[in-house]
Design a protein around this ligand. Structure first.
Ligand SMILES: [Zn+2]
Ligand SMILES: [Zn+2]
Length: 162
């Protein structure tokens, strides 16, 4: 939202609202998908040297579980409060700050539940909902991995002790 300072009276709290399309804001992640537009409700108050812009951003998202890919619907409601220096300025662009507020809501990793069993790596079935007869592949390491380690260790120990 662009705030044109000439449109606001000093010391008067003015209500503002705005609607944003998530795609245009460049805030979507593969595992954090907006299912509706983002609504801003807030107030602008112009002072002598600073402008206070506060309010809330609300929307709905689908958060995708990192293990089983299940989409979990969530309601977003992010309060924000920004202060801008306005001396010598005609306009304040708030979009970057609003975008940052929304991006901070994106969890680094999300699971639908702590005990989520995820998907079977072989048949892709959701192991929370059903089970399958797949046999897990035998050890990632080659079967002689241990005997190789045994050969390496004595050599390493010897060189460490001179
Ligand atoms: Zn899950
Ligand atoms: Zn399976």
């Amino acid at each position: 939202m662009r705030i044109r300072l000439a449109e606001y009276k000093e010391g008067v709290v003015t209500k503002v609202s705005e609607e944003y399309e998530p795609k245009k804001m460049d805030i979507e992640f593969v595992d954090f998908v907006y299912s509706q537009n983002i609504f801003l409700d807030g107030t602008v108050e112009k002072g002598l040297e600073t402008l206070t812009f506060r309010g809330r951003l609300a929307s709905k998202i689908q958060n995708i579980c990192g293990r089983c890919l299940k989409a979990v619907p969530k309601r977003l409601d992010c309060p924000f409060e920004f202060f801008y220096e306005i001396k010598g300025k005609e306009m304040i662009e708030t979009l970057d700050d609003l975008r940052e507020t929304l991006i901070l809501e994106h969890p680094i990793s999300f699971v639908c539940q702590e005990s989520c069993k995820g998907l079977c790596p072989q048949c892709g079935i959701n192991l929370n909902e059903s089970s399958c007869a797949c046999v897990p592949p035998k050890g990632e390491l080659p079967s002689n991995g241990f005997s190789q380690l045994k050969q390496i260790w004595p050599i390493k120990n010897r060189s460490n002790h001179g």
